[in-house]
Design a protein around this ligand. Structure first.
Ligand SMILES: Nc1ncnc2c1ncn2[C@@H]1O[C@H](COP(=O)(O)OP(=O)(O)OP(=O)(O)O)[C@@H](O)[C@H]1O
Ligand SMILES: O=P(O)(O)OC[C@@]1(O)O[C@H](CO)[C@@H](O)[C@@H]1O
Length: 315
């Protein structure tokens, strides 16, 4: 079983347009409403691949009711923690040339008591002995940056490996505390964490090794259309395939993380699956997650010990 926690979930609303014209009237060609939030998406894609998974999330107001119903429709097991404020709705504008624009709200204010109840719900689920705990996404208003460090310590008390996928200050707090089994920043998030540009495979590898030195076991750095780099104490692997013109990039990183966690195996095999699941996600509309029939594992190449001078944007 894989347990996920999403402190700031969302009802994702996607609008498909020919081209976005600022200040103009834009006709919407397609619209969809789907469950969203990074940990929620990890659970959704794992569920589609037959993996036992439970999503823990706070829900409030009309948005919370909608989100719970959407998850139930998809057969995703969820432990919902009621909160007073309303769950947010994030907007994606997907243009026909593949450009995705995301408008993410800050999310509802959680009280300290609600945050403690959320962590209490995770604690109770950890008793079931999941294979992994995934903590993912931004923190809603009022939740302190030590949320993920607290989650990591909670998982450690249960002996459960924890993967964190977040950004900015919450990422820095988790990464610097150490104790994660996996961190999944994207290229920009890793660059921001280290405070420098990461142009080559060598740059990304050195950045990931710095993060490992803070006491973390592995870094899966996703590089958008340029694949992903996995760095552990045992080595470095890159995997990638042909760039896809995206239908919507939303959730690609979540699907990559889920692909990596799905089954055990050699690092290059897990990385190859991560990239294949991520690539499949970008070809699907809105926050749709791929099922087994959408994945083309043969289209992905994996390299052990990729050359340090390779330029990411040229991969
Ligand atoms: N244009 C693309 N073509 C092919 N594969 C892609 C493309 N964009 C993303 N991917 C795949 O998806 C994975 C994750 O992408 P990315 O690094 O953009 O994640 P992310 O920024 O965390 O995504 P998000 O926050 O939208 O979930 C990549 O490692 C790659 O496998
Ligand atoms: O605002 P956050 O928490 O950083 O990201 C939230 C979000 O953009 O992440 C998912 C895609 O990864 C979407 O389903 C959701 O809307």
């Amino acid at each position: 079983m894989i347990l996920t926690v999403t402190p700031n979930p969302s009802v994702d609303r996607t609008l498909e347009v020919g081209a976005l014209l600022r200040g103009g009237v834009v006709r919407v060609e397609g619209a969809r409403t789907q469950p969203g939030g990074k940990g929620v998406n990890v659970s959704r894609v794992l569920r589609r691949h037959g993996e036992d998974t439970t999503a823990v999330l706070p829900v409030g107001g009309a948005g919370g009711g909608r989100l719970s119903a959407l998850l139930a429709d998809q057969g995703v097991s969820a432990v919902t923690v009621p909160i007073a404020a309303a769950t947010r709705s994030n907007i994606t504008i997907a243009e026909s040339d593949g450009v995705t624009t995301k408008l993410n709200l800050p999310g509802p204010a959680l009280t300290d008591a609600e945050t403690d109840t959320l962590l209490g719900a995770v604690d109770a689920e950890l008793e079931r002995g999941p294979r992994w705990l995934v903590g993912a996404g931004s923190l809603p208003t009022g939740v302190a940056a030590d949320f993920y460090p607290r989650l990591v310590r909670l998982a450690a008390r249960h002996g459960v490996p924890v993967a964190i996928d977040t950004s900015g200050v919450p990422l820095e707090a988790a990464a610097r505390q150490g104790g994660t089994a996996l961190l999944k920043p994207n290229h920009e998030e890793l660059a921001e964490l280290l405070g420098r540009e990461l142009s080559t495979i060598g740059d990304v590898t050195d950045a990931a090794r710095e993060v490992l030195a803070w006491g973390n076991q592995a870094v899966l750095a996703t590089l958008g259309s340029h694949g992903a780099l996995l760095v552990t104490g045992d080595g470095t692997w890159w995997a990638g395939g042909a760039a896809v013109v995206p239908r919507s990039t939303v959730g690609a990183g979540d699907c990559a993380l889920a692909g990596y966690l799905h089954t055990d195996g050699p690092p290059e095999e897990r990385l190859r699956r991560a990239v294949a699941w991520g690539a499949a996600a970008v070809g699907l509309p809105g926050t749709t997650v791929p099922g087994p029939g959408d994945i083309d594992g043969d289209a992905v190449d994996a390299v052990t010990g990729p050359g340090r001078d390779l330029i990411i944007k040229e991969l």
